[in-house]
Write a protein that binds this ligand. Sequence first.
Ligand code: ADP
Ligand code: ZN
Length: 739
Amino acid sequence: MGMDSIDLFGAEAAARAASAVVPVLVPLPVAGPYSYVVPEGMHVEPGSVVQVPVGPRQVIGVVWDQDGESAVDPKKLRPVTLAFDCPPLTAEMRRFVDWVASYTLSPPGLVARMAVRAPAALDPEPMVEALRFLGGAPARMTPARARVLDLAGEADVAWTRSGLAHAAGVSSSVVDGLSAQGLFERVFLPPPPVVAPPDPAYAAPRLAPLQQEAADALVSAVREDGFSASLIDGVTGSGKTEVYFEAIAETLRRGRQVLILLPEIALTASFLERFHDRFGARPGEWHSDLPPRMREKVWRGVVTGEVRVVAGARSALFLPFDRLGLIVVDEEHDPAYKQEDRVFYNARDMAVVRGRIAKIPVVLVSATPSVESRVNGEQGRYRPIHLPTRFADAALPELGLVDMRRHPPARGGFLSPVLIRQIGAAVGRGEQALLFLNRRGYAPLTLCRVCGHRFQCPDCSSWLVEHRFRGQIQCHHCGHAEKTPDHCPECGTFDHLAACGPGVERIAEEVESHFPDARTIVLSSDLMGVKRLRLELEAIAKGEADIVIGTQLVAKGHNFPNMTLVGIVDADLGLASGDPRAAERTFQLLSQVTGRAGRTGLKSLGLLQTYQPQHPVMQAIVSGDRETFYEREIAERERALLPPFGRLASVIVSADSRGEAEGHGRGLRQAAPAVAGISVLGPAEAPLALIRGRHRFRLLVHGRRGSDMQGFLRTMIGKGPKPRGSVQVQVDIDPQSFL
Ligand code: ADP
Ligand code: ZN
């Protein structure tokens, strides 16, 4: 025997045996991958999507990177069940998953799960059966047959049976009749693309000089071929979308894919249209309202590189693109980018991380950037790009405050005479008015006027909200609903229940009493599904309503050309919360809502009803002096060492009993290591102390900039008591919600 064969039976065989054990991330809340053996004849590599057994179940997992030698005896391991026929997750994508898991303190398998799809998406789509005309003529010609043959014979293309029948305007049986006579051959075509490829040159706009400068900056970022983060900060209507479309066009010309993140994509059908107008094709859509079949197709198209552009909600950030070249985060300040469920992450921040790992540019876009992004812009981490004026003749709405102390509403009403007069004027001119109130339902609280009893959710610490259209009182946290009562359960008195405070339904009632002939519509997510909402939004844009009363979903990106009055029913609403971002959020939301007005040449007005007209947020909005507002807000954050000048993390402990939750919280607190610059507050009962019957306590961890929050939390949780019984611990890094 020569050396070769010795080697064959020695090192190589050993290597083969070793490589036959692979780590697989499974979609379970466990610390790391599980090991499996690869059966003979199956090929897998890091990133391969596989099916593996876990206990009695089969789950979808991803082969992960080998971290040193596997110490496990392969004989004790179960085999990989099957490897799916789809490209493996790239090394970049695997680094991203690891990074997010480590940053958010989440099980990596749960993060990886966000990147893979259901089994159906993992196998290639079947070929489509089609017919190709071979020539010749049928025994008997009819006009219908002639039409089919004309089309089929036109060029050397194959048609599907139904496609050909449809195009010829005949029934499929006509095509079948011709097939039966041997005039066609059966061929198989690749499945049609889920979306047509966008054309970067389809309808390029002529940009105004400032827009051109901004577009040039982005295009050169794309050409640099490396990581960069830019922040487009420009008023609504300044052409931000138009400008980042140029960066998309350049990325497409370079043969790479683009991800556009949008909050509430399901409702922004107009964005898809607009993209189509610019690129001659729609982007692939990605959000939870997409039918499963469609999601599978888009997922596959993204992995294979066939889908060039995806417009999606935050979960699109985990799509495993084949060759991603650009990420755009539109409305980057929007709280909808924060996921607060299982894996707590902010898609805006993680988009920047993904860009850094993939070495590609990221573009953040907003008319009211988050304080964090503004500071990043000022300190040079992001490249700031300003678009200070609206495009062409579109003027920003004139904005005014209605001092509710001086112009109070009529008894039982919520609209001041000043606002009512302006609604009348707008409707009188044949234009539209929008009234904004971020409260669903009729009234946020019902109480008994005899004994003072308040209707509360049995499972949550929240009041039941009356929904008059539905005849119910509902909990907005758990969905608990009861028929609207006619008497007080406490004292038994009939007909003395009072609705306290307004919701959109109640404002609609008030509007109808003043303008009985106007076409009034209430837009609220609880009143209709996404499909219906899309239709309603289109109808409003076409002028099929005079007065629109809506919750925050009307704030998002819709274009209502005839909307010349925006009234904010309760501008103070968001300021009352204990949230450190309350002022910023109110400023952003109100600016966005008032920005709905005057998007065409019409003169427009935004009125904010407030009891605190001197509040800096109100002043910033009406004076248009947003810079002063940002300066103040940034100074305030810096003084209090709040983000981005310090770091925050929440630890939420919940349990079936109050005592258990509090006890576990205390245990965690005691386990907190002593680290300079990091301090822990709490445990304190959460403002929402009870949700779905679970009692909640919070610990708030504060760290100076640059502190190792994750390390601190890992130690605290590792050394602290193990969650037992009903106790659950959730970690929220960079929390947005403090409820
Ligand atoms: P933003 O994203 O800042 O709100 P948009 O990009 O939506 O602004 O632009 C506002 C409106 O002005 C849109 O209807 C857009 O089509 C139009 N617009 C902006 N810039 C141009 C341009 N250079 N040429 C033609 N229309 C433009
Ligand atoms: Zn409830």
